[in-house]
Design a protein around this ligand. Structure first.
Ligand code: NAD
Length: 256
């Protein structure tokens, strides 16, 4: 039952995080948003659905700021029932040229931040004997692509963290699962399309088709709305015994 629960969705000012936040708000959840950029626009979209919403601008690479955000959620909503670890960044380069600061940032934002939010959220979930933790990994949590070493390492790590925490909470009302999207047309992927168009001297449309053709047999982007619907299912009572999975929604990417 999602109605009346509080969801914290990290990195929810755009893209997949905002799509999941909206889907949970439609089911009657209160939402704590996080992320950079247009926080007012995201707040307006959630409130337009009739949900209570707040925003905290914690930088997910900074444990002290994450702790502050978790305390703010406690003050504002009395704690977190649904935790969606979604904030993430990408950088593309071969291992030998990978900037060390980008490696550190990707590991901190895409992996360690989920450890911090989970270690801080699980005690109260245990007391209520109810919780849902969704870690937004990627097909890159299951298979690799060249030039994405930090992202692939972080996302494989996030799937491993998901499984370990699912085992630790297996006899409780807390479930921990990962969602592994293939290509979703968000600012994170638009940048890769723009870079490809520039490098190959082709149009944006041609670059988007080539990107899908490389990896995603359906030749269609997964949408934030579809991922929101999967998140709603994983938060439902029917999903109580779905534990420790890494559920891909990827147009056939990892079936190949
Ligand atoms: P996006 O760029 O639209 O959104 C990323 C969000 O994270 C934004 O709200 C941004 O402000 C926030 N963010 C970035 N750095 C942050 C930081 N240090 N602290 C707090 N917030 C920060 O990207 P997206 O495509 O919606 O990605 C969301 C998640 O989905 C990421 O974890 C990404 O790896 C994953 N994912 C995306 C795709 C895809 O094709 N777009 C595929 C698989 C997985």
């Amino acid at each position: 039952m999602i109605q009346g629960k509080t969801a914290l969705v990290t990195g929810s000012t755009s893209g997949i995080g905002l799509g999941i936040a909206e889907a949970l708000a439609r089911q009657g959840a209160h939402v704590m948003l996080n992320g950079f950029g247009d926080s007012q626009g995201a707040l307006d979209r959630i409130r337009a659905l009739g949900a209570r919403a707040a925003h905290h601008g914690a930088d997910m690479s900074k444990p002290a700021e994450i702790e502050d955000m978790m305390r703010a959620a406690e003050r504002e909503f009395g704690g977190i029932d649904i935790l969606v670890n979604n904030a993430g960044i990408q950088h593309v380069a071969p291992v030998e040229d990978f900037p060390v600061d980008r490696w550190d940032a990707i590991l901190a934002i895409n992996l360690s931040s989920a450890f911090h939010t989970m270690r801080l959220a699980i005690p109260a979930m245990r007391r209520k004997n109810w919780g849902r933790i969704l870690n937004i990994a990627s097909t890159h949590g299951l298979v690799a692509s060249a030039q994405k070493s930090a992202y692939v390492a972080a996302k494989h790590g996030l799937v491993g963290l998901t499984k370990a925490a699912a085992l630790e909470t297996a006899t409780t009302g807390i479930t921990v699962n990962a969602i592994c999207p293939g290509w979703v047309l968000t600012p994170l992927v638009q940048k890769q399309i723009d870079d490809r168009a520039k490098a190959q001297g082709i149009s944006i449309e041609q670059a988007a088709s080539a990107l899908l053709g490389d990896k995603q047999p359906s030749l269609q982007f997964t949408t934030p709305e579809q991922l929101g619907a999967l998140a709603v299912f994983l938060c439902s009572d029917a999903a109580l015994n779905v534990r420790g999975v890494a559920w891909n929604m990827d147009g056939g990417w990892v079936a190949q």
